[in-house]
Design a protein around this ligand. Structure first.
Ligand SMILES: *Cc1c(COP(=O)(O)O)cnc(C)c1O
Length: 398
């Protein structure tokens, strides 16, 4: 295999097309899909050297695989991370990122507005293994400071948050984490790597669900963990993944790798459309509240300006009339589909209180701002005018 090694530094959109490419002796143009479990060695001595780490190369696809490696390398180069490891899903990435470094007696501080499976990991799973957590309002820096204990090892947050799109000051939280001797782990799915690079803002570890914008066409699941320094991977993550096996398949890695080639183009187009849709909806009489990080009326607009290149592809909005009105809007849409996913080429709408956040009590939901009238909209690649028309007609019926 030969590696595509650039002589000059490359800009992100170029890295997304060429970064990390490995070519076999055939010189194939499109990255090859290596559907293989194992790899053959010329001699027993070569196998021994490979296992000792004296001879670089692949051993077994639970540990690493050329197609999977290309995917990891491409996104690592994009973000300027020291190391990257992929997983079978975004949740496997979140779980591994936390579990690999924590042990009984440790403590985690997390922003409470989390993707609901992330909330399960922090609130239900970690305590079973003796890791306690404190949930804070992520937008209140004093709450992060006050939650620190002598045994705090990790801070965890998403920004923008799901589904209410609050924005947390990543650089400020990173500083508090580092003063406490803890690592900051950021789930960067909603912002996408195009609009926000948490490592550059001081985060130590970044996780993605590749299932969302990275695939971007609603096909496969996958996850990725990026680390600002090699120690986290060498000391914790590498061995955890290798021995427990939440491995990304070569097929899914190939789909995600090809997804990266068009990520910049797609996310920019989806964001431009989202900004137009948000402005139309904010002015609509049936919309009681609209939250879009790209608008000047976003509650944390100053932080958005500091850490995000644009408002990204999601919009949250509330209609008066609770669940019935929200269902009427969702039901009246023709182009926008009802689905709990996001980041797809197809525009999607979800009613968080009865789907993604159904597991929570109504009281907890209201604490997160998830009312019965709240809907979350993921903007796709359709013609913006068709989407605006579809949403306008549906809102008229709220
Ligand atoms: C979807 C999502 C996840 C989980 O990803 P999967 O690939 O579905 O496991 C985690 N965090 C956020 C913010 C997500 O949107």
């Amino acid at each position: 295999m030969s590696e595509d090694k650039p002589k000059r530094p490359r800009r992100p959109a170029t890295e997304l097309v060429h970064g990390g490419t490995l070519r076999s002796q055939f010189g194939e143009m499109s990255e090859a899909m290596f559907l293989t479990q194992g790899f053959a060695y010329d001699t027993a001595e070569a196998a021994e050297a490979r296992f000792k780490g004296e001879n670089p190369g692949f051993i077994y696809s639970r540990f690493s695989n050329p197609t999977v490696f290309m995917f990891e390398e491409r996104i690592r180069l994009l973000e300027g991370a020291a190391a990257a490891r992929s997983t079978a899903s975004g949740m496997a990435a979140v779980t591994a990122a936390l579990m690999c470094m924590l042990r009984a007696g440790d403590h985690v501080v997390a922003a409470k507005a989390l993707f609901s499976s992330c909330l399960y990991v922090v609130e239900d799973l970690l305590p079973r293994f003796g890791v306690q957590s404190t949930l804070v309002d992520g937008t209140d820096l004093n709450q992060w400071r006050d939650a620190v204990q002598p045994n705090t090892r990790a801070f965890f947050l998403e920004s923008p948050t799901n589904p209410t799109l609050e924005v947390i000051d990543i650089a400020a939280v990173a500083e508090i984490a580092h003063e406490a001797g803890a690592l900051l782990i950021v789930d960067n799915v909603f912002a996408t790597p195009i609009w926000q690079q948490p490592i550059k803002l001081g985060a130590d570890v970044v996780v993605y669900s590749g299932t969302k914008h990275i695939d971007g066409q609603g096909r496969v699941l996958g996850g990725i963990i990026l680390s600002a320094d090699e120690a986290y991977v060498n000391d914790h993550l590498h061995n955890f993944l290798r021995q427990t096996g939440p491995t990304l398949s070569a097929f899914n890695a190939w789909v995600l790798l090809k997804g990266l080639e068009t990520l910049d183009l797609r996310v920019r187009r989806q964001t431009e459309t989202a900004a137009r849709v948000a402005d139309m909806m904010a002015a609509h009489p049936k919309v009681a509240k609209l939250i879009y990080p790209g608008r000047a009326d976003h509650p944390q607009a100053d932080i958005v300006k500091k850490q995000m290149g644009a408002g990204s592809t999601l919009i949250a909005f509330e209609v008066d009339g609770g669940k019935e009105a929200a269902y009427r809007v969702a039901g009246a849409l023709e182009i926008v589909k009802i689905s709990n996913n996001l980041g797809d080429a197809k525009s999607l709408i979800t009613h968080p209180s009865t789907t993604t956040h159904q597991r929570l009590s109504e009281e907890a939901r209201l604490g997160f701002g998830i009312t019965q009238g709240l809907l979350r909209l993921s903007i796709g690649l359709e013609d913006p005018d068709d989407l605006i028309e579809d949403l306008q007609l549906a809102l008229d019926q709220a």
